[in-house]
Design a protein around this ligand. Structure first.
Ligand code: AFD
Ligand code: MN
Ligand code: MN
Length: 433
């Protein structure tokens, strides 16, 4: 039986108390935007349709290599993970789907899990395969790789897990599989660099052969970790080459934390869009590496510029453009539900601000090589406070005007702690990296 989430009366009462101030702020912003020739209602419409999927592995408290500090009330299985995801969606109305990780979330009865999700108003986004850990006793080890392992038997085992993910995903209503592997070398000479890549592509082709016609296969690259010398799929160029070799159903997935320092992410996004290979995103933020901090917490301007590329592609009607959006964060000092709420709103903020960019003016600046005014044009959008638009979109969609305040006031985590005694916790919470 699905736990009902936060009482609708609680949300309505909180919204009732905040409604007057919101109406005033919304009217003021509407008037300011009208002077710029912008229709605030159109922006609310964009905010209302924005959606990002939640990672099942992101609702447990995460850890680092140095430990994990669990908190009371964490979900103990995939059913409870969905209940927490449903609360994020209930309040933000921006997270209608969940991405599962196998075997962490392997459902014994996929049909029952699907019913549970539907009762909570959730759907399933991309499936994720885990061949970066040894999770099943008696199986061959992934210590020296999975899809690129030198031993064909290990590769077959890893391919089989990915095929199982596809089968589970079909039963759940998913339409994509994301493959991230930790394969690579820790020392010079350990791997034949070209052969390892060939094995990667061969294994991916075997997986792609099992994809239903309406499914996509996403390849997630990462600069390093756990392999600290030569990761097989280490950058977007490698990912693009592999996706191209595998075929039209294969695309690249960009995790914002998986790049060399100072790389221009929005440029990568633009390139993948124009090459027809942008599959989707794992949104998070970082200062140093794969930090998995909350989206928009460190580099909000970068996030906005990424959305500027995405919205430009949508506005220009780029053929086949439909990337999947997913959060991938690890919360080790915050409540994951609160972080996911805040991050979903951050993405929505970037999306709405990107729609605010005066594209005609920007095109004119570009044509005249007016670099200064071009920057001012994008900055004008970035610096506009769109909070009333986001709040109004949530209110109209039945969510909370102030979702963070409501989740705190409703005491959701405390009620979970009472219902979910920690002893039964069996599944992995967060992960490192
Ligand atoms: C690890 C990887 C990557 C992946 C996630 C789930 O770094 O971000 O998406 O595991 O498989 O964190
Ligand atoms: Mn990721
Ligand atoms: Mn990562």
């Amino acid at each position: 039986m699905a736990q009902a989430g936060i009482a609708s009366e609680t949300i309505e009462a909180a919204n009732g108390a905040a409604a007057r101030d919101l109406a005033r702020d919304y009217a003021e912003l509407g008037a300011r935007l009208a002077r710029r020739g912008v229709d605030i209602e159109a922006l609310v419409g964009h905010a209302q349709r924005f959606a990002v999927a939640l990672p099942s592995w992101g609702v447990g408290t995460g850890g680092t290599r140095f430990g994990r500090f669990p908190q009371p009330g964490e979900p103990r299985d995939v059913f409870e993970k969905l209940e927490d995801c449903a609360v994020v969606h209930q309040l933000t109305r921006a997270t209608p789907a969940v991405s599962l990780h196998v075997p962490w979330d392997r459902p014994a009865d996929p049909a029952a899990l699907r019913r549970h999700a539907e009762a909570l108003g959730l759907a399933f986004d991309a499936m994720n395969s885990n061949t970066f850990e040894d999770h099943t006793p008696g199986q061959l080890s992934y210590k020296f790789g999975s899809l690129t392992h030198v031993d064909a038997a290990v590769r077959e085992q890893a391919i089989a897990l990915n095929v199982e993910c596809i089968e589970l995903g079909r039963a759940l209503g998913s339409k994509a599989l994301t493959v991230w592997i930790g394969d690579g070398g820790n020392f010079p000479g350990q791997l034949h660099l070209r052969r390892a890549f060939e094995r990667y592509v061969d294994s991916l082709r075997a997986i792609a052969a099992k994809l239903p016609a309406d499914w996509l296969l996403f390849l997630e690259h990462k600069l390093c970790e756990p392999a600290f010398y030569s990761t097989v799929n280490q950058d977007w160029g490698t990912s693009y080459a592999a996706a191209t070799a595998v075929g039209p159903q294969c695309r690249c997935l960009v995790d914002l934390g998986h790049h060399a320092p100072n790389v221009n992410l929005e440029l990568i996004v633009a390139r993948l869009i124009q090459l027809g290979k942008l599959g989707g995103f794992h949104f998070n933020d970082s200062k140093y590496g794969d930090d998995d901090l909350d989206a928009g917490s460190i580099k909000p301007f970068q996030l906005f510029l990424i959305f500027h590329e995405l919205v430009s592609a949508e506005a220009e009607g780029v053929a086949g453009f439909a990337p999947a959006y997913l959060l991938d964060q690890s919360h080790n000092v915050t409540d994951p539900i609160e972080s996911l709420i805040v991050s979903a709103v951050e993405l929505q903020r970037g999306f709405v601000k990107a729609w605010l960019v005066d594209r005609a003016k920007l095109a004119e600046c570009q044509a005249k090589n007016d670099a200064l005014l071009a920057l001012q044009t994008v900055k004008e959008a970035f610096e506009t406070d769109v909070r009333p638009i986001l709040a109004e979109a949530r209110r109209r969609n039945g969510g909370a005007i102030d979702p963070l305040a409501v989740v705190r006031a409703a005491g959701w985590r405390a009620s979970c702690a009472a219902r979910r005694p920690a002893a039964r916790r069996a599944t992995a919470g967060g992960i490192v990296g």
